[in-house]
Write a protein that binds this ligand. Structure first.
Ligand SMILES: *Cc1c(COP(=O)(O)O)cnc(C)c1O
Length: 223
């Protein structure tokens, strides 16, 4: 077993059955991804469209690619034909574009709304109020090419365990409010994407159904 495969196995053993793993492979080589693939991993997360395009072309076709980073509206068209899940939808404009491109490809692209729970101002995402207001507007119901499938968030990048737990819990409660109010009869709305290398055990305690882990599997990224 390689170092990557060993790390992958260790993480998978820690995950409860309801929590899936997105192996975050941005800035890592196709060879590293292939190693994880050979150990059985099928879901990989990327943050840059050009890099994703290159990897998608050369790696096995049964990989499920997730886009986890900030996505620019003008780049949606490149990934629309094959992307399995877009994690960080942070504006109605982006969701509209995803739907438009989804329709062109004859598919409904699964998307998560990014909730801003971190205390840092630089992070993207809807505030809980903005997200509720947007959903209450009902506009999204006409978007035939996008499927709102859950909520994504990133906790503050701090050492304070309590604060991180509080932020994930806020996202968890918010998910249920949204589910009850807008998606109670819709089974597709079921994904909670939170938890990264440094905080995924806390995320799992607060109901994460996808953790997005890079460094713990592949090592440090060389930017
Ligand atoms: C890079 C990235 C991750 C993975 O971060 P690690 O700390 O390497 O696990 C997870 N989520 C998002 C949105 C990212 O951009």
């Amino acid at each position: 077993m390689t170092k990557i495969q060993k790390a992958l196995h260790e993480i998978i053993q820690e995950l409860p059955p309801q929590t899936g793993l997105v192996a975050v492979s941005k800035f890592h080589t196709a060879e590293s991804i292939q190693e994880a693939y050979d150990a059985g991993q099928r879901i990989f997360g990327e943050s840059y469209v050009k890099e994703l395009q290159q990897k998608h072309e050369i790696l096995p076709a049964d990989i499920e690619w997730h886009f986890i980073g900030h996505l620019q509206t003008n780049k949606v068209k490149y990934i629309a034909p094959y992307i399995s899940l877009i994690h960080a939808v942070d504006t109605p404009k982006l969701l509209n574009e995803i739907s438009k491109q989804g329709i062109k490809c004859g598919r409904q692209i699964p998307c998560l709304l990014e909730l801003h729970v971190a205390k840092e101002e630089t992070k993207y995402g809807f505030t809980p109020q903005e997200c509720m207001d947007y959903l209450a507007s009902g506009e999204w119901k006409n978007l035939k090419g996008a499927l709102i499938s859950g909520i994504m968030c990133m906790a503050s990048n701090v050492d304070n365990r309590e604060q991180i737990a509080h932020e994930f819990e806020e996202a968890y409660q918010f998910f249920h409010q949204v589910k009850d109010r807008f998606f109670h009869d819709n089974d597709s709305f079921c994904i909670r994407s939170w938890g990264m290398s440094d905080d995924y055990p806390i995320a799992i305690e607060h109901g994460s159904t996808f953790v997005r882990i890079g460094t713990r599997i592949f090592g440090q990224r060389l930017y």
